[in-house]
Design a protein around this ligand. Structure first.
Ligand SMILES: *[C@@H]1O[C@H](CO)[C@@H](O)[C@H](O)[C@H]1NC(C)=O
Ligand SMILES: *[C@@H]1O[C@H](CO)[C@@H](O)[C@H](O)[C@H]1NC(C)=O
Ligand SMILES: *[C@@H]1O[C@H](CO)[C@@H](O)[C@H](O)[C@H]1NC(C)=O
Ligand SMILES: *[C@@H]1O[C@H](CO)[C@@H](O)[C@H](O)[C@H]1NC(C)=O
Ligand SMILES: *[C@@H]1O[C@H](CO)[C@@H](O)[C@H](O)[C@H]1NC(C)=O
Length: 364
């Protein structure tokens, strides 16, 4: 009896954590291998992860509550599961606080048998401020700690669609990219600061999206550090007036210094969009050749006109092709859960096409 108890406690101390929840203990080992092309999935909870195309997925950022079943399953497919890392930046200006935060994240990751962390702080930071340097130090020290404590672990950092102080996020992008394994470029919400006419536009217009990668690359951030994040959601805008040319003027909702923003619209899932597209008042799918994005109109029950902008395989293919041609680290989406994973045959096909679009037109 006693030796057995002693043996058990040694095991617990060694793993620094609880008992492995997987049916095969080796599934609690961190993933070490590097795959050539990353497919990085944000998972926000629920069980739809069971329907992901696991032949592609390399990393799942677990933004929902911890799901041991997801961790075991991802590991069985050779995919990493990483923590969500968010912290109030002014708090980590203090070195001791920063170290405490990092220690907590590493110990949580170990306890849950996870393979790294995705740092997602989307706060405004002034160039050259104490927060600016603290954030850069946070990324460096988090990477050092994770790599030291969890061999093979991955530390990633989420950045805005462009490095040009978008939403007043003026970070040291160059050093941050050097200090972690990859940066996830959130190529969406690109209308968060509308300075021209207050009108509905695409979530991630093609030229603007690609130009911003050129800006990141011009900073000498290596292409294999950059991962393109695409939206699996769109925006539904109420039109305060709709011109004859079909331009949808939207309510003025200011954001971080800009008079108008996409906050005038509501974020809608691809699943919702596919249903709404076929509703009785819908215009049906239209294509904007300048922004290279699909959109449609519909009228709600009060008679109010709406314009909906989104991404679908036709707008995603050329983005994924750019990822391939520039040799970026991979692609990912916000978020994995929002396709229609039901058994409906039309939904099944739409969902498979969205996954396949991630690999560009070679599959499409
Ligand atoms: C550091 O953490 C302590 C305890 O949580 C807190 O009181 C203090 O304000 C923090 N320091 C800064 C600079 O935020
Ligand atoms: C962190 O910064 C130190 C000091 O500049 C540097 O030697 C080290 O390589 C950096 N680590 C990472 C992961 O960037
Ligand atoms: C729609 O609103 C815009 C901005 O307020 C205005 O310039 C334009 O004249 C309006 N168009 C119509 C048809 O009311
Ligand atoms: C997009 O970029 C291409 C290539 O630079 C250019 O030919 C085209 O005119 C641009 N389209 C728009 C709408 O800006
Ligand atoms: C999953 O992705 C692979 C490519 O990695 C593709 O060949 C396969 O058809 C996809 N599966 C489904 C069900 O679409």
């Amino acid at each position: 009896m006693l030796p057995f108890v002693a043996f058990l406690s040694v095991l617990l101390v060694v793993s620094g954590s609880g008992v492995c929840p997987c049916d095969r203990p080796e599934l609690c080992q961190p993933i070490r291998g590097e795959r050539e092309f990353e497919v990085f999935v944000f998972d926000v909870g629920g069980k739809t992860w069971k329907s992901y195309n696991w032949s592609m997925v390399t990393t799942v950022a677990a933004f929902g509550s911890y799901d041991a079943e997801l961790m075991c399953f991802a590991h069985s497919k050779g995919a990493r599961v990483v923590l969500k890392g968010d912290v109030h930046i002014p708090y980590i200006v203090d070195k001791a606080n920063r170290t405490r935060w990092i220690t907590e994240q590493v110990s949580l990751a170990k306890k849950q048998f996870m393979d790294g962390i995705n740092i997602d702080v989307e706060q405004a930071v002034e160039d050259g401020s104490p927060e600016y340097y603290a954030l850069t130090a946070l990324v460096n020290e988090t990477t050092e700690a994770f790599h030291g404590e969890i061999p093979g672990s991955q530390v990633s950092f989420d950045v805005a669609w462009s490095p040009k102080c978008i939403d007043k996020r003026c970070y040291d992008y160059v050093t941050i990219a050097k200090s972690c394994d990859l940066v996830f470029v959130m190529s969406y919400d690109e209308q968060s600061q509308i300075t021209g006419d207050c009108i509905a536009m695409a979530n991630a217009p093609f030229n603007q999206t690609l130009k911003a990668y050129d800006d990141y690359l011009d900073l000498k951030i290596h292409s294999n550090k950059l991962l393109m994040g695409v939206p699996w959601y769109g925006y539904d805008y109420p039109c305060v007036n709709l011109t004859q040319e079909g331009i949808c003027y939207i309510p003025k909702v200011p954001f971080r210094g800009a008079p108008c923003s996409d906050a005038a619209g509501k974020q809608k899932t691809y699943k919702w969009i596919m249903k709404q597209l076929n509703s009785p008042t819908s215009s049906g799918r239209l294509w904007d050749d300048e922004q290279k994005a699909p959109y449609f109109y519909y009228k709600d029950e009060t008679g109010q006109s709406h314009q909906v902008w989104y991404d679908d395989p036709q707008s995603l293919f050329p983005k994924a092709d750019y990822v391939m041609s520039k040799g970026l680290r991979g692609i990912g989406m916000w978020n994995g859960n929002i396709l229609d994973y039901s058994d409906d045959p039309v939904a099944r096909q739409q969902t498979a096409l969205m996954w396949n679009a991630l690999l560009g037109s070679k599959l499409g």
